[in-house]
Ligand binder design. Structure first.
Ligand code: 0O2
Length: 220
């Protein structure tokens, strides 16, 4: 009977994880449609790449412990809203907001929370636009609204965040001050790069040409 109980628990856990995977798949499809449609009409895409992740059982258990979340599966789903994660990388800051608008204006994407770390970077310099959304997952006998954390950032922000993440784990959260200062400085440089690229892009787009692409006349 204890084996039966374990089997039952295993089934519930797999079903729990599956619904988050379905929500990820659904959002990923939405993003790919936006990307392909944009590429078709503009021969350029504001979406550079999309990465998804389902929180592993280990890091979910860590977070349950760290946050003092209730143990009940249903309540875990209410408390921990980044079990499903989608990260979108784009070229320019304006694209990040454009993608967020396109996604959240879809009728089956409900915005629960927005954290704009682009307008207000974290103390360590971290920048990114975070959305917690809910999307319906249509199962055989019922529909569930599932939370997904969507992170949208530029290539420069992503470059910075991946290195910072590695360093953070290497030092188990206690990054030495010198490294922290250098990381902060690097975040300022990344922000400067984003602004410069946006300005150059605007300038070239204003010059005209198809989709802002200036075709140079060759004189040789
Ligand atoms: P992983 O491995 O990427 O999943 P919390 O989710 O409780 O940690 P909060 O305030 O609810 O924090 O969410 P928040 O601030 O929106 O950030 C959650 C996620 O954003 C993190 O998930 C990271 O992916 C990313 N993030 C936030 N702050 C930083 C930062 O300073 N540096 C980097 N590199 N990433 C950051 P996880 O679960 O921590 O990590």
């Amino acid at each position: 009977d204890s084996r039966l109980a374990l089997k039952e628990l295993q089934n519930r856990l797999v079903a729990f994880q599956l619904k988050y995977q379905f929500a990820i798949d659904q959002l990923e499809t939405k993003i790919n449609i936006l990307r392909e449609e944009f590429e078709h009409t503009h021969e350029y895409s504001p979406i550079e790449h999309v990465r998804t992740r389902l929180k592993s059982m280990d890091s979910l258990l860590d977070k349950i412990e760290r946050t003092g979340s209730p143990r009940d599966l249903e309540q875990v789903g209410e408390h921990i809203r980044d079990i499903a994660g989608v990260r979108i990388t784009c070229a320019f800051v304006a694209d990040a907001y454009w993608i967020a608008d396109m996604l959240t204006s879809q009728p089956d994407v409900t915005v629960i929370e927005v954290k704009d770390y682009i307008v207000e970077p974290k103390d360590n310099g971290y920048q990114s636009l975070h959305l917690i959304v809910q999307t319906p997952v249509y199962l055989s006998d019922h529909t569930e609204q599932v939370y997904v954390e969507v992170q949208i950032r530029t290539i420069a922000m992503d470059f910075w965040a991946s290195l910072e993440h590695k360093i953070y784990y290497k030092y188990e959260g206690e990054i030495p001050e010198r490294l922290r200062d250098e990381l902060h400085q690097a975040a300022v440089v990344a922000d400067h790069l984003d602004r410069t690229m946006a300005r150059l892009h605007d300038e070239v787009s204003r010059l005209g040409g198809r989709d802002g692409v200036v075709r140079h006349q060759r004189h040789d």
